[in-house]
Design a protein around this ligand. Structure first.
Ligand code: AMP
Length: 286
C-alpha cells in the first residue's frame, strides 16, 4: 500500500484539504506538536487513527509560549526526520506553518484560562499557558477537528485546554493520552536531547520519585511528608535542581492538605539539570 501524506505550510491549503476530507464524511483527528517527534507524539497519532478517518498533525514551535530567556531559538528541529516519522505513523496531513504564516501581524488577542494556568509551570513560566491556549484555539479554528489528542505528560496543559474548550463551547473532543516513557522510566520529551550522559542518568529520579510517591500514598504517608521525601530523593542527585514538587487536585489544580477517598490527585514536578528543565507527573485516584 502506498501511504500518502501531504505536507502544507499555509492555512489556506490546510483548510482546503481538511474541507475536502470533511465533505467526504471523514472524522477529523488533530495532533498539535512542536515537532522533533518521538514515540510520545506517535502514540497520539496511533490513538487518533483508532477513532478518526483523517489525521492532521501540526508542527509549530510557537513563540508565544516561550519566555524571553527560554529555549525558543535552540528548541530542537528536524523537519525531514519528523516528516518520515509522521508519515509512517499514519498522519494524512502535516501542517508546518512558519511563524509569519501563523502571526503575520502583531497578536493583540490572548486566550487566558484563570486559576488552572496559575500554579506549577504557571509560576515558573509566566505567560506560558496564555501562549499555549491562544495557539491551540487558533489551530482549532484553522483545522476544525472533531477530536484533538493531548499527552498527559503535559497534564497542566491538558487541564488548561479542557477548561478552555468547556468555557468557550469549542466543538472539539479533547482526548487525553497516557505518558510514554523510556525503558528506564524517563518520560519521552524533545528536550531530553539536551541532556549530557550524566544528566540523562540522574534524570531517572523524576519517575523513581513519582513511583515512590504512589507507594507512600498507599501506605498512608501524609501528603506534605510525601512531598518532602520526594524532594529529598531528587536533591540526592547532585545535578538536579528542583523547580517544584507539588501535589494538587486534578484537573482543577487546587491545593490539598489531606487526601480523601475517591479524590483525583496529581503529583507533579519540574526539575532542572543544567540548562534543561524537565517535567513529569503521576495521577492517582485515592
Ligand atoms: P510537544 O511537541 O512537546 O508540544 O508535545 C506535543 C504533544 O505530545 C502534547 O500533547 C504532549 O503532551 C504530547 N507528548 C509529549 N511527550 C509525551 C510523552 N512522553 N507521552 C505522551 N504524550 C507526550
Amino acid at each position: 500500500m502506498i501511504e500518502r501524506m501531504l505536507q502544507v505550510p499555509t492555512i489556506a491549503e490546510l483548510r482546503r484539504h481538511v474541507g475536502e476530507a470533511r465533505r467526504q464524511g471523514k472524522r477529523i483527528g488533530f495532533v498539535p506538536t512542536m515537532g522533533y517527534l518521538h514515540d510520545g507524539h506517535l502514540s497520539l497519532v496511533k490513538k487518533a487513527r483508532e477513532t478518526c478517518d483523517f489525521v492532521v498533525m501540526s508542527i509549530f514551535v510557537n513563540p508565544l509560549q516561550f519566555g524571553p530567556n527560554e529555549d525558543f531559538e535552540r528548541y530542537p528541529r528536524d523537519i525531514e526526520r519528523d516528516r518520515e516519522l509522521a508519515r509512517s505513523a499514519g498522519v494524512d496531513l502535516l501542517f508546518t506553518p512558519s511563524v509569519e504564516e501563523m502571526y503575520p501581524h502583531q497578536v493583540l488577542t490572548t486566550v487566558s484560562v484563570a486559576q488552572v494556568s496559575e500554579p506549577l509551570c504557571g509560576q515558573s513560566r509566566p505567560g506560558h499557558f496564555d501562549g499555549v491556549a491562544t495557539v491551540v484555539l487558533k489551530l482549532f479554528h484553522i483545522v476544525q477537528p472533531d477530536a484533538a489528542f493531548f499527552g498527559q505528560k503535559d497534564a497542566q496543559q491538558l487541564a488548561v485546554i479542557s477548561q478552555m474548550v468547556e468555557d468557550l463551547s469549542v466543538p472539539v473532543e479533547i482526548v487525553p493520552c497516557p505518558i510514554v516513557r523510556e525503558p528506564d522510566g524517563l518520560a519521552m520529551s524533545s528536550r531530553n536531547v539536551y541532556l549530557n550522559p550524566e544528566e540523562r542518568r540522574q534524570a531517572t529520579v523524576l519517575y523513581r520519585s513519582l513511583k515512590q510517591a504512589e507507594a507512600w500514598l498507599k501506605e498512608g504517608v501524609p501528603l506534605d511528608e510525601i512531598k518532602e521525601r520526594m524532594a529529598a530523593m531528587i536533591t540526592a542527585e547532585p545535578l538536579a535542581e528542583i523547580d517544584y514538587v507539588e501535589v494538587l487536585t486534578y484537573p482543577r489544580l487546587t491545593p490539598v492538605d489531606t487526601a480523601s477517598p475517591g479524590q483525583r490527585l496529581i503529583f507533579a514536578l519540574a526539575v532542572r539539570f543544567g540548562r534543561t528543565r524537565l517535567i513529569d507527573n503521576m495521577m492517582v485516584t485515592v
